[in-house]
Design a protein around this ligand. Structure first.
Ligand code: SF4
Ligand code: SF4
Length: 437
């Protein structure tokens, strides 16, 4: 096994570019149309529960699955279902999407009411019904995370408020604008899961958020704020667990195996609102930024709104964008079609100019080992690249490519500008395919 956190976090120093930090979130008007994919989470795709020409209301269930790992989907608007189309995700996966023409009335579904929750089981069921998934980017269904098999061995809730990706400030705005909801949400999780302590991890480049959260929890026993070094990828789940508790998640194990549950700060804030109102997950706060965007800001957007509509709301482009990304510059995915919709786990839209997005020219590896030193898991990206090129699956397994969290630190530091993270993604797929045989 690689050394896995035998020392403090490797990672890299990245430029923060948190340009929208002090801008209050602006609510975006309802667009003419939304496209709501039936899979916005890890796990099984939902089946549409509506059909063509149905009239729908805000918060109405429009897709569901019986699979435990999956999350129901709700309408973010009121209007009429005008299509149930094929939707191709950025990773090339084909799923269905419900297309709704909005009536702009935003009539709420009559069934919406605060859930009645008195115990852990009812809490988990309520969270499932809300359609909540990890809002920090991974999209893992939250009810699954809240129901670990070894719950009695879990004692710590870690709130991921690191927001270590450059540009993104959506979680920061949640802490500043919804401080009470963050505290209520983490208290609810702690109460229903019977957890001893809560640690809120925030990078030291957000002093105001650290101060705000410290004040908010100052009278709460067992709740603390951990100030983390601004070092990417501080918000990686295993990294955060180590940096806040000193616990190491062994290979092939889950955070709950070391007594921890990690939740994003916006995810717990949502829980507080949902438990009061019963309004499911239908909108998303996201950061819109990058050199090509005329008016960068944080916006609250109905899920399913096209990227193009969001960008237009932000003043459009001030110069021709070369690259538009869903998520941050380190782990985000390039989007080629501005009709692509905002998803539950989408926390940023970044549009970069030609100069910002110019692809680096790759040169041969000079065996400097900077990629190894930068990797939070002490992997050997240069060796992985070599094994992948040779199609050597056994070597890739030996090099533990499956542990790669695709953080991009290796590519970032490589003086030869090798696109190591892209190779790692392909290498992981190769190993996965070979394991299926
Ligand atoms: S992308 Fe993978 S190999 Fe590269 S630094 Fe991150 S975890 Fe390590
Ligand atoms: S950082 Fe780049 S040049 Fe250096 S060893 Fe890794 S792949 Fe080779």
């Amino acid at each position: 096994m690689s050394k896995l956190f035998s020392k403090s976090l490797n990672g890299v120093k990245v430029k923060h570019c948190k340009n929208t930090m002090e801008q209050e979130t602006v609510v975006m008007p309802v667009p003419d149309k939304v496209v709501i994919p039936m899979k916005q989470h890890m796990g099984k795709e939902c089946d549409p529960t509506v059909k063509l020409t149905d009239l729908v209301k805000v918060g109405q269930l429009i897709g569901d699955t019986t699979a435990f790992i999956g999350a129901p989907i709700h309408s973010s608007v009121s209007g009429k279902v005008v299509a149930i189309d094929e939707f191709i995700s950025p990773s090339g996966e084909k799923n269905k999407a419900v297309v709704i023409e909005t009536d702009k009335l935003q009539e709420m579904d009559e069934s919406i009411a605060p859930p009645v929750v008195t115990n852990h089981q009812e809490f988990v069921a309520a969270i499932r019904a809300s359609g909540l998934v990890g809002l920090g980017g991974a999209g893992f269904p939250t009810h699954v995370k809240l129901a670990p098999k070894n719950l009695d061995e879990v004692d710590t809730l870690i709130i991921n408020a690191a927001e270590c990706e450059p540009y993104i400030t959506a979680d920061y705005r949640t802490m500043m604008e919804e401080t009470e909801a963050v505290v209520e949400g983490l208290s609810l999780v702690r109460k229903y899961l019977n957890l001893k302590q809560v640690i809120i991890g925030i990078e030291d480049n957000k002093p105001k958020a650290i101060e705000t959260m410290q004040q908010a929890v100052s009278s709460m026993e067992g709740v603390s704020v951990a100030t983390l070094k601004s070092q990417y990828p501080q918000g990686g789940e295993k990294v955060l667990i180590y940096e806040t508790t000193g616990r190491v998640v062994p290979e092939g194990k889950l955070p709950s195996d070391v007594g921890c549950i990690v939740m994003n700060v916006s995810t717990v804030a949502f829980i507080a609102g949902y438990m009061k109102t019963g309004v499911p997950l239908i909108q998303k706060r996201l950061t819109v930024d990058g050199g090509a965007v005329a008016e960068p800001k944080n916006v609250l957007v109905p899920i399913g709104t096209a990227f193009g509509d969001v960008l237009e709301f932000c003043g459009g482009f001030k110069s021709e964008p070369k690259k538009v990304i869903m998520g941050g510059p380190m782990m985000g995915i390039a989007i080629y079609d501005m009709k692509f919709p905002v998803l539950k786990n989408n926390n940023a839209i970044l549009a970069f100019t030609e100069a910002e997005a110019a692809p680096p020219v790759e040169t041969p590896c000079i065996r400097c080992a900077r990629c190894v030193n930068a990797c939070p898991f002490d992997l050997m990206p240069a060796a992985i690249e070599k094994a992948f090129k040779a199609g050597n699956v056994e070597a890739l397994k030996g090099l533990k490519v499956n542990l790669c969290m695709e953080c991009g630190c290796c590519s970032y530091v490589c003086p030869a500008k090798r696109n190591l993270v892209a190779t790692n993604r392909l290498a992981k797929k190769l190993v996965m395919e070979s394991n299926k045989k």
